[in-house]
Write a protein that binds this ligand. Structure first.
Ligand SMILES: Cc1cc2nc3c(=O)[nH]c(=O)nc-3n(C[C@H](O)[C@H](O)[C@H](O)COP(=O)(O)OP(=O)(O)OC[C@H]3O[C@@H](n4cnc5c(N)ncnc54)[C@H](O)[C@@H]3O)c2cc1C
Length: 403
């Protein structure tokens, strides 16, 4: 087995940067394992690594106050008149008989106009950088925090704020950053299994050869985590023009002193602010021994796939917006880093679902298996990627044994 990796190191979006004593990822990558056996397998390969289990504290900054996440279940924390508006619109929401046509339509018909217009639409439009009426009803799958009217009303009873909601109510994170999970995956492999800095530049399906800038590699099978449209191009396989995605610019920012203490991340629906989410690595990780307790942020900005970023200008705007949000006060920026995730959130539409299934089957018929979040043109977690690829490996081994 050989892995050719285009980048200089393995890990894809699950990589970690160490700078001026700060530990940063390609935006916060946290782990919400559903299968304890997978988590135990990984942890057994991370000896000496402190892995914290954290109870999530996430909130939405709305009109100057912090509302617990998810917004739709905490409307009772809004100013009184807005709470009543949300409640009345929720009760009289236009449910209709036919199923919702799109993600945007689903939001409106499930939660009513006020909840949708105050948070769900502006936040998701900032993130996806597209019209929500283009997206499939189930565009976010299990990552969308559904709630019906009974859940919303029941949640108005006093309880522990912020805890216990959604797929990532608790999560784990290693002291050495998200890449520790990648090191765990690589640990049992022979050293020469992964060839970094070697992109696949063409795949000849008839000759069963992969071309890289260094060599031609014969293959029996390929398992590819490249984005599906890119893989199709490498293979010379035409596809319908249905694949679109946003890109996300991530700024990692390190400051000289601590900021807010009791938050892991904040969502920002306010369209006048550049970012849709800001996370606090420093409230998740303990400071490294000897290092001062300092604010360490990731800031995420969603943009259309063809957007251009003026990195320094935009960083200055982000710092201004962080001041406006009272996250930065008299802090001094000590160190910074940025990365563009492209693609980041794919636009799942009815047409993309059909074309993804067709392309994956057509490629598999040539022994090319497209996997992962971008290989499947979907919305999923890293654990989902591990489960998918383990099942594929089992199926391929079983097929070999049966021959
Ligand atoms: C903003 C954001 C936050 C996220 N947060 C979380 C989180 O908290 N927890 C979580 O579980 N998941 C999170 N995810 C999802 C997670 O990043 C993905 O599920 C995961 O990275 C997918 O892994 P992958 O291997 O399929 O793809 P990738 O991470 O994209 O890796 C693909 C690899 O293929 C390589 N490659 C591509 N083309 C070629 C080529 N031609 N030749 C050779 N190599 C190539 C790339 O260099 C890369 O290393 C987040 C995603 C985003 C965008």
């Amino acid at each position: 087995m050989l892995v050719v990796e285009a980048e200089a190191e393995p890990g894809g979006y699950c990589r970690t940067i160490h700078r001026a004593g700060f530990v940063w990822d390609y935006s916060g990558h946290f782990f919400h394992f559903k299968d304890p056996a997978i988590e135990a397998w990984l942890r057994a390969r991370m000896p000496g690594q402190e892995v914290r289990t954290v109870v999530r504290r996430a909130a939405i900054r709305y009109a100057g106050r912090d509302i617990d996440f998810p917004f739709q279940k905490h409307i009772h924390q809004l100013p009184h008149d807005e709470f009543l508006e949300c409640l009345v619109e929720l009760y009289f929401r236009p449910t209709g008989d036919a199923p919702p046509r799109s993600f945007g339509d689903m939001l409106y018909r499930r939660f009513g106009k006020a909840i949708t217009d105050k948070f769900l639409r502006p936040y998701n439009e900032k993130l996806y950088a597209t019209d929500l009426d283009r997206l499939d009803v189930d565009a976010m799958g299990r990552f969308f925090p559904h709630a019906d009217i009974a859940d919303i009303i029941a949640n108005m009873r006093p309880r522990t704020p912020g805890a216990g909601e959604g797929y990532n109510a608790t999560f784990t994170y290693p002291a050495g950053g998200a890449v520790q999970y990648i090191h765990a995956l690589l640990r049992d492999l022979p050293a020469d299994t992964v060839s970094c800095g070697e992109p696949a530049v063409a795949i000849d399906l008839a000759a069963r050869e992969v071309a890289t800038p260094r060599r031609r590699i014969p293959f029996d099978r390929i398992v590819s985590s490249a984005p599906l449209p890119a893989l199709a191009r490498l293979c010379g396989m035409p596809h319908a023009p249905v694949f679109s995605a946003n890109k996300v610019l991530v700024y990692n920012l390190g400051f000289d002193k601590k900021g807010p203490r009791d938050l892991h991340w904040l969502y920002f629906p306010d369209r006048s602010l550049a970012f849709y989410r800001v996370g606090f690595y420093d409230n998740i990780l303990a400071p490294a021994p000897g290092a001062a307790d300092r604010m360490s942020l990731y800031v995420e900005i969603g943009a259309a796939h063809d957007a251009t970023f003026h990195i320094d200008t935009l960083r200055a705007r982000v710092l201004g917006d962080l001041r406006h949000a009272s996250i930065v006060t008299d802090h001094r920026l000590v160190s910074h880093h940025h990365v563009v995730l492209d693609p980041a959130y794919v636009h799942i539409t009815q047409a993309s679902l059909v074309e993804t299934a067709r392309l994956k089957a057509a490629l598999a018929a040539h022994g090319v298996h497209s996997v992962g979040r971008y290989g499947g043109w979907t919305y999923c977690s890293i654990e989902d990627n591990l489960i998918e690829t383990r099942a594929l490996a089992d199926a391929l081994v079983a097929a070999d044994l049966a021959q």
